[in-house]
Write a protein that binds this ligand. Sequence first.
Ligand SMILES: [Zn+2]
Length: 110
Amino acid sequence: MKIKKGDQVKIIRGKDRGKSGRVLQLVPRDAKTLVVVEGLNLCYKHLRPKKDREKGQRIMFPAPFDLSNVMLVCPKCGKPARIGFKILTDKSELNREKKQRICKKCTVAI
Ligand SMILES: [Zn+2]
């Protein structure tokens, strides 16, 4: 998975194009993963009054959108980055291979 919870991402499509925010949640759905970003892609959910005296409410919430609409912002160079993977062999863990994300711009592990 390229994007993780807590990552800073930039939106490249949709109404919030160009804005960035922090990943709050990754939502697996069918073959793809949706992403919820703090303060972005805000939608209203309308709630009907349940009781007589209650008012209907509008609740604002960040709606999930497709992972392909976001780009990871590299914390090192601060730019929206394409991600590569580097395979590391960790000798301490029975030679298990580890994937490390790297920024293709500055080639630093992130
Ligand atoms: Zn970078």
